[in-house]
Design a protein. Sequence first.
Length: 292
Amino acid sequence: MANKRSSGWLIKSILVVCVISFLGLSIAPLLGNAFQRSPVGAEAEGQTDLSNDEEQLLRDQAKGFELVLQREPGNQTALRSLMDIRLQLGEIEAVIPHLEKFAELNQDTGDYSVLLAQVKQQTGDREGAAQTYRTLLEANPGNLNALQGLVALLLQENRPTAAVSLLQDTLKLAPEANEAKPGTIDESSVQLILGQVYTEQKRYDEAVSVYDEVQEKNAQDFRPVLAKAIVFKTEGKDNGVYEPLFEQAMALAPDQYKDQIQQMANATNAPDSAAPVEGTSAPADAPVPAVE
């Protein structure tokens, strides 16, 4: 049974610990309320809906995979299957050492390190989570998943100044890093995250200023236009100010985001209405039409 389910282990693990998905980078820091989500991974520890027979079967399978790993510590199929079983059993903390090994075996991608940090955070090890994010960012300062994760963690700890400094420092590194290797740091996406941090702190003028800078780089990019519309709506400005921006964002956005934008535009004018329905955020790395 574990083998059959292991193909979706990464998605399952994200769902179990209720973390921000890195499979399709969202701009939750721009459009969503992910920063305000409460950690529930630790609370879910040990809570399963399995029958006694199902649980015993999973534990027997876990022992089998543990024996495989004793012989072959680098067997990634066994690691994935064992992690999947631990998650099904609700043993979140038991996943960490296996995930650490998996991340070590796949250093060419930071995805597993990001998930490791998120799992640590959900189990209460915020210091370990922060260190995992920082280690990944030292090697790849442009990793937006790690950057978003660390910013989210800092905001959860009520450290907005540290979050802003992290993003500003990343932007300072960008010119040199991109000159050495083009595309190392996506400056626009980093700025979008910075703008949301300002918005979270009700520093609306600074947020709009950042979004204007992004828009100046590429007038066909719908994201800063949409962000400004959300800020103005959150501030409670007259609908004649923000509605044209929603319309402009709708016109610029790829088809897959138009419905989401319409939902945001139709939301009530309550202070929190700028946050879309969970799961409707558009990707920060969404394709942006080139300027003609």
